[in-house]
Ligand binder design. Structure first.
Ligand SMILES: CCCCCCCCCCCCCCCCCCCCCCC/C=C/C(=O)SCCNC(=O)CCNC(=O)[C@H](O)C(C)(C)COP(=O)(O)OP(=O)(O)OC[C@H]1O[C@@H](n2cnc3c(N)ncnc32)[C@H](O)[C@@H]1OP(=O)(O)O
Ligand SMILES: Cc1cc2nc3c(=O)[nH]c(=O)nc-3n(C[C@H](O)[C@H](O)[C@H](O)COP(=O)(O)OP(=O)(O)OC[C@H]3O[C@@H](n4cnc5c(N)ncnc54)[C@H](O)[C@@H]3O)c2cc1C
Length: 664
């Protein structure tokens, strides 16, 4: 804090709860708080991890700087003997996408999930020591969403006991894999398996791409970076790559063989493991993306909330101070639902992590029964949380007025780095349509005796939900979680049933599905919002220590669901889940909750425990010392290196001269 002055001190005094305890709730436990707090400070205090110039560096320098940081980070991890949890926190606080994300986040999980014990024994020790660096090479120039449409081929040659990996067309070029462009020595490459002239679907293969001696591509391999991406800095620290194969040979045992095996004589043997396990790495990453959404959204909200308390505009009486923009009801109605969403996503992310761990344990014991639930929840929640977060970051930029548009606000880079999350690991609409299929299947099986389970269990009470009438009579009734849950369940169930009824009128169900896909996506949004609301409510049923902490969370939970109810009141009214009067009461209660958030707003964002280094924002500084720092930063821009700019003599002077002679 500059000179020890805290310009937000008065705001912090208004807090009605124990901020330290809230930090622990946000982190998940004392243990995770301790690690996160220690590692965030370690990163913030190390100049090697500075991010100051990132948005101004040319691509080559930016990329080299990322290589330097990654190599230094790896050294620190080893020197300090950091655990996996600590290393992953270090990656989080370094806050720079790099090839290491794909190596640790996808290459290793793909081998773990789809490799046999033998394959894991061979490849994982090399990968863990980073003696090989891997990427996840699935998407091609012509196909990303449609994985079954990939064109790269892996043809078994029984003569040599090898697969021949080949890119038969331009559109079969691998395109997008992170870490591929300039760094990876290996990749898990997804290709169409062909044996004895027959196709056997898409499988993963471990392929060496570059020589370990001098990093040059192996014979038959063309490889490079796909070029600059959206925004300054941002995801341009990553070498997303292009890759082509010209009949590249790999040994047979480099096909990942947990799901299917190819024998020495070229026979394909299916194991008991469902083929969808080939998609398992994506399910894992989608789950991590949901957890990450709360981080990105909370970061933007922290910046916008602190700045909204610092910024004053209009409303001065008798020469007194102007109004803090955070006191405008419109500012609150845009900002506080995002604050509440950040907390909501935190808790649903925690729950999804639990669900994923449970599914993984079951898979190890060959119990695949919960795989569809894992797929539906990860796909749906990934789509919902990333869409809200991307839009939320942009809203936070607008909430910061003009200064939000400066790179020094941290928001443009945060948006640019975050927004591809709506596309990667499955385009959000494509994933929502996956959930829609599962929802329609669930509805069609109602009455067959097969009870829906997990997050679809509410559909088992369909008769009741179709009869349901909301009995809210006064605004405070909307604080009753049981009433809220039923309203959200009835809305989701009725929207799904309505789609199913319309679908049943089509002779060709696929045609019907395509025709109704926009309505189906709306039903999926309702279903996913119900999951988030229900997990927030479940969280409040836990023992949560600390003065006022649970009360604050109750208020945020109320803001979250009442905001959704208000925003989607069209759904609630059209399905007759609430009356216009009840919808209006919900909005009245929402306004009351906004006033309860207001005094706690700064403390609620302090509870994220973000360092100024991590936030990377002058507007979001902990001490609120915004104006002097913005002024100071402007002078550091390279354009201000000289008073008269380069190009003056060439372009400005002749222009001015020409105007002068025109006047004369
Ligand atoms: C400088 C810093 C230095 C720091 C250094 C520190 C060093 C060390 C630190 C260590 C720290 C670790 C850090 C880790 C960080 C991790 C972060 C990871 C970051 C990741 C970045 C992301 C990059 C992006 C990657 C990608 O995008 S990869 C490519 C993703 N692609 C997709 O998602 C494609 C989407 N398409 C599909 O998934 C499918 O095609 C489809 C599902 C849409 C359709 O498939 P298909 O046609 O085959 O299937 P059907 O629709 O016919 O369905 C058939 C049935 O299968 C079920 N189904 C479908 N999918 C699944 C599934 N996944 N699981 C289970 N079941 C599934 C359907 O439901 C159908 O079922 P039914 O038969 O019952 O109806
Ligand atoms: C930053 C970034 C990093 C990436 N990293 C990797 C990586 O490491 N490895 C890797 O393999 N891939 C990676 N990808 C690729 C990524 O997974 C794909 O781009 C993503 O899955 C979307 O596929 P697509 O590009 O084919 O989009 P498309 O499917 O072509 O989408 C285009 C439009 O069509 C719509 N659409 C498509 N199908 C349907 C449908 N059935 N119904 C309705 N609408 C539809 C979509 O909603 C979208 O609006 C990365 C992408 C990005 C942006």
């Amino acid at each position: 804090m500059e000179g020890g002055v805290d310009y937000l001190a008065d705001e912090r005094k208004k807090a009605e709860f124990d901020v330290q305890q809230m930090k622990i709730v946000w982190a998940g436990s004392h243990h995770t708080f301790e690690i996160s707090d220690r590692i965030s400070k370690l990163v913030a205090n190390d100049p090697a991890f500075s991010k100051d110039e990132r948005t101004m560096l040319p691509r080559k320098e930016l990329f080299k700087n990322t290589l330097r940081k990654a190599s230094y980070a790896w050294k620190r991890i080893n020197d300090l003997h950091l655990s996996e949890e600590e290393a992953s926190q270090l990656r989080f606080y370094v806050d720079e996408p790099a090839f290491t994300d794909l190596h640790w986040g996808m290459f290793i999980p793909a081998i773990k999930g789809q490799g046999t014990d033998e394959q894991q024994k061979k490849w994982l020790p090399l990968a863990y020591k980073m003696q090989i660096i891997g990427c996840y090479a699935q998407t091609e120039l012509g196909h990303g969403s449609n994985v079954q449409g990939l064109e790269t081929t892996a043809t078994f040659d029984p003569q040599t006991d090898e697969f021949v990996i080949h890119s038969p067309t331009l559109t079969s070029s691998k395109w997008w894999p992170g870490g591929l462009g300039k760094v990876s020595t290996h990749g898990v490459v997804y290709a169409r398996l062909i044996t004895d002239g027959q196709e056997h679907g898409i499988h993963g293969f471990i392929v060496q791409l570059r020589r370990l001696e001098d990093h040059r591509p192996l014979p038959g391999i063309i490889i490079g970076d796909i070029g600059m991406k959206f925004g300054n800095g941002a995801y341009n620290t990553m070498d997303n790559g292009v890759l082509r194969f010209d009949h590249v040979r790999i040994p047979r045992d480099q096909m990942l063989m947990r799901v299917s095996q190819v024998t020495r004589d070229g026979k394909v043997v299916q194991s008991d493991v469902p083929r969808q396990l080939v998609y398992g790495t994506m399910v894992y990453v989608r789950q991590t993306i949901v957890q990450d959404a709360s981080c990105a959204l909370s970061r933007a909200v922290c910046i916008a909330t602190r700045y909204s308390a610092v910024r004053r505009q209009f409303g001065s009486h008798n020469g007194g101070p102007e109004t803090q923009v955070i006191d405008y009801k419109t500012q609150q109605s845009r900002l506080f639902p995002l604050l509440a969403s950040a907390y909501a996503f935190r808790f649903v992310g925690e729950w999804l992590k639990w669900l994923y761990t449970d599914v993984t344990q079951r898979l190890q014991a060959n119990d695949f029964s919960t795989l569809p639930e894992a797929h539906a929840c990860t796909a749906g929640l990934k789509s919902l949380t990333t869409s809200v977060t991307a839009d939320g970051i942009e809203e936070c930029r607008k909430l910061c007025g003009g200064h939000g548009y400066l790179c020094t606000s941290g928001l443009p880079e945060l948006f640019a780095v975050y927004v591809p999350a709506c596309t990667y690991e499955g385009d959000n609409i494509v994933l929502m349509l996956q959930v829609a299929r599962i929802l329609m299947k669930t509805v069609s099986q109602l009455g067959s005796g097969k009870l829906p389970v997990g997050t679809m269990a509410y559909m088992g009470r369909i008769e009741h939900l179709l009869q349901y009438r909301c009995n809210v009579q006064k605004a405070e009734d909307w604080l009753n979680p049981a009433i809220v849950l039923e309203a959200f369940e009835a809305r989701a169930a009725r929207m799904s049933v309505s789609c199913a009824k319309k679908l049943s009128k089509f002779a060709n169900p696929e045609e019907g599905f395509a025709e109704l896909s926009a309505d189906l996506v709306e039903a999926v949004v309702a279903h996913c919002q119900l999951i988030v609301v229900s997990k927030f409510i479940e969280k409040l049923q836990q023992d949560i220590p600390g003065k006022g902490v649970k009360q604050q969370l109750k208020v945020l939970c109320g803001v979250y669901y009442l905001f959704l109810l208000h925003k989607h009141q069209g759904d609630f009214l059209a399905t007759s889940c609430v009356t216009p009067k009840q919808a209006s009461l919900a909005n009245d209660q929402l306004r009351v909750l906004y006033s309860q958030v207001r005094p706690n707003a700064i403390a609620l964002v302090d509870a994220f425990n973000y360092t100024d280094h991590f936030l990377g924002s002058i507007l979001g500084r902990y001490d609120g010392n915004v104006y002097p720092k913005l002024y100071e930063a402007a002078w550091k821009d390279p354009l201000n290196d000289s008073v008269v700019p380069d190009g003056y003599h060439q372009y400005i002077r002749p222009l001015l001269k020409q105007q002068r002679s025109a006047k004369l």
